[in-house]
Design a protein around this ligand. Structure first.
Ligand code: MN
Length: 437
């Protein structure tokens, strides 16, 4: 089903001038949702929408009588410090609200010039978009899985289940942090390749993972499944996620049950959730299986998923070291990949997750796993980018990195571009690494 409508018209202009600046992540065609408040405001944060370099206060729009009866309910759900209530109403409610906000922000609307409904982004703080009950992390890039596998198991890089089942693990929701929160280098059990006994100390190979997460909207009851044909009804929107990882801890602890303390010391989540409606022009065919690869089992397959289950979201990792910051230098780009290169689509991951009757709940976060493509430049973590430190990166100022040092800031960015449509972006998921405590 194609859902292109007036909100995708590339010629649409907002009365918020910055929304029409070239290169903005937040033109009127995007309208991602997030949780925010003015810095210094003691009241609880609420749900807003990013527009240019401003945040639109949805609650203020409702109070001003600028939203019609049909969207009063979803707009009222925005008077909360999380998106959960709006997510729970499902995608149609959010679609209707997004269209109403589009009309309100369009040049010539009754709200034109109402700057009292806006707050400049550099005067607000943003929070986690949702109160996340459960966080699940997948491993959906076959390039990432093959690269990492070949480092740890050169003779057997890709395990036989990979091409049949979307591999994932249950992460930890309590350590999800909003963008801008510093992340402390963790301690853990570390073991060198020739050491008999591990030592307990600060991780020596701290890494990021460039991922896209998707939030669950309407959930399913325990014991009920979500057929792949309806999976996208439950995918509320996408956002950037950095799944910080301590590789030395990971390589020692991960067998036989998978990641544990190497992953749950902090996961950075971007403030803005881009709806599937906004992403409609950037749908892509599902990753094409190589000849000889199995086709997905029927419960993970549908014609629609084959044709348009993917999302052409370009993701980038930028790095800014302490020295670069001190010298007033901007971040440098480390990699660029695409969510369209993933072996499994969000619909497949979500349908798989619920295929045993596991109940997904509004605000749950499912993340893609490291987004890596076929080229070196598209590898979405340092483990792959430097091949476990064998090929260190040289930064423009001459500094070298095998992994992430104390004081380094890692910034994820994401955007979509396609001829005939307005470019939209995801904003940033950023975090500075603090020395181990
Ligand atoms: Mn991950």
């Amino acid at each position: 089903m194609t859902r292109l409508n007036e909100t995708h018209d590339p010629s649409a202009r907002s009365w918020v001038a910055s929304a029409s600046e070239p290169g903005t992540d937040f033109p009127i065609q995007n309208l991602p949702f997030g949780v925010w408040r003015r810095r210094g405001d003691a009241r609880p944060p609420t749900v807003g929408v990013a527009i240019g370099n401003q945040v639109l206060d949805v609650t203020a729009c409702l109070m001003a009588g600028l939203l019609a009866d049909g969207v009063v309910e979803p707009a009222a759900a925005c008077a909360n410090p999380s998106l959960n209530a709006l997510m729970e109403m499902g995608r149609d409610a959010a679609s209707a609200l997004r269209r109403a906000l589009f009309a309100l922000l369009k040049a010539g609307s009754d709200a034109e010039g109402r700057t009292d409904l806006l707050a400049p982004m550099d005067e607000v703080e943003t929070f986690l978009p949702a109160q996340v009950g459960d966080y699940t992390d997948f491993y959906a890039s076959v390039h990432h899985a093959t690269n990492v596998g070949s480092m740890f198991r050169p003779d057997n890089p890709l395990l036989p289940n990979y091409k049949w089942v979307p591999i994932g693990y249950h992460g930890r929701a309590s350590s999800l942090v909003p963008s801008g929160t510093p992340v402390r280098r963790p301690h853990g059990q570390l073991k060198g390749p020739h050491d008999d006994a591990p030592v307990f100390g600060p991780s020596r190979s701290l890494d990021y993972e460039c991922e896209v997460g998707f939030f669950v909207g309407a959930g399913n009851a325990l014991g009920e499944t979500i057929p792949i044909e309806r999976a996208e009804d439950h995918v509320w929107g996408l956002c950037l996620v950095n799944d910080w990882s301590a590789r030395d801890v990971q390589s020692w602890e991960y067998q036989p049950l998978g990641p544990f303390l190497a992953k749950n010391f902090g996961t950075t989540v971007a403030p803005w959730v881009v709806t599937l409606d906004a992403l409609e022009p950037f749908r892509a065919p599902r990753f094409e299986r190589a000849e000889g690869d199995p086709q997905p089992l029927p419960h993970l397959d549908s014609p629609a998923d084959r044709e348009r289950g993917g999302f052409a979201v370009t993701v980038e990792v930028w790095l800014r070291t302490e020295r670069m910051r001190a010298a007033g230098e901007g971040p440098t780009r480390v990699s660029r990949g695409s969510l369209a290169d993933m072996y499994w689509t969000p619909a497949q991951m979500l349908a798989h997750h619920a295929s045993n009757g596991c109940n997904l709940q509004p605000g749950d976060l499912l993340a893609s796993g490291t987004i890596s493509g076929p080229t070196e430049e598209s590898r979405g973590c340092m483990l792959e980018r430097t091949w476990r430190g064998a090929n260190p990166l040289t930064l423009p100022n001459g500094e070298q990195r095998k992994f992430i040092d104390d004081g380094d800031e890692v910034i994820l960015r994401g955007w979509c571009e396609r001829e005939g449509f307005a470019r939209i972006g995801f904003g940033e998921a950023a975090g500075v690494v603090l020395p181990a405590g």
